[in-house]
Design a protein around this ligand. Structure first.
Ligand code: SAM
Length: 251
């Protein structure tokens, strides 16, 4: 990883233009950075996309992991409005120039990228975290991503994103390729999950169809069995989307 990026992750902050120390508030963790780096080095993407730049940590990790002739596209409507351009300044500080920032909302930009024929081999999603918003983003990502490409989601331990990861794990044209970082914030969640697993064994004989009518999917399929039990997780697109018009699977 680029030494300036590694330093920011190690110290959890950086020095601003005016000399003040700035502590990170919204960035991915060191573990998550290593997860992204490993996925990129295993897949060697040529065209990458990211939603949500903020302090620029994930952008720096992506730019330092892709090959020098690959290109990174960043979407963030607030990079200058809210973040005072610090993400872009950090990228420039590292000497990266193989990226461009589109200062607009994903809901406006993703359809434009799709319509223009743009395609990506790697997408990192870390913007607005409601279920509906990230589902909307995935609707476009599913079409923007080349077969063989990877999509990575951050903050998937949050309930809206965990729910969405369960939905995406049902897609026939994606396989989960791993997760990292802590999933459980409290011991009570761990205990709850343990009881859910016990219940799942007891109700197994009733069959999936009947159990779907009575139980939440988290009782029927654990997050670990779906490989989404982390704070960040990745799916590989293994085929074009061939689902029918009314496709649905319990999640
Ligand atoms: C958690 S921060 C991203 C942190 C960054 N990925 C990192 O690890 O350094 C979320 C970012 O999403 C951006 N954002 C919020 N709504 C968005 C939207 N609709 N489209 C694109 N970006 C959005 C915010 O401006 C913010 O910079």
């Amino acid at each position: 990883m680029h030494s300036f990026t590694a330093q920011i992750l190690e110290k959890n902050g950086f020095i601003l233009e005016n000399g003040d120390w700035y502590s990170l508030t919204s960035a991915i963790s060191k573990n998550e950075a290593l997860f992204i780096k490993e996925i990129i080095s295993n897949s060697n993407p040529q065209s990458t996309l990211e939603i949500g730049c903020a302090e620029g940590v994930s952008s720096m990790v992506i730019c330092s992991s892709i090959s020098p002739n690959a290109h990174h596209t960043i979407l963030d409507p607030n990079q200058y409005l809210e973040w005072k351009g610090m993400g872009i300044r950090n990228l420039k500080e590292c000497g990266f120039s193989n990226f461009d920032l589109i200062e607009d909302y994903s809901e406006f930009t993703l359809p434009t990228l799709l319509k223009s024929g743009k395609r990506f081999d790697f997408v990192f999603v870390d913007g607005w975290h409601t279920f509906d918003h990230v589902l909307m983003e995935f609707l476009y990502i599913n079409r923007l991503l080349n077969v063989g490409g990877v999509v990575v989601f951050d903050d998937v331990a949050l309930p809206p994103l965990n729910k969405l990861m369960r939905y995406i794990s049902n897609y026939p044209n994606y396989v989960p390729i791993g997760s990292a970082g802590p999933f459980y914030e409290s011991n009570s969640r761990k205990v709850l999950d343990y009881f859910k697993r016990m219940i799942s064994y007891i109700i197994l004989p009733f069959g999936r169809k009947i159990n779907n009518e009575f139980f939440d999917d988290t009782v029927l399929r654990s997050n670990s069995s779906l490989k989404i039990n982390g704070s960040i997780c990745a799916f590989k697109k293994i085929d074009d989307d061939k689902r029918g018009w009314a496709w649905y699977k319990h999640f």
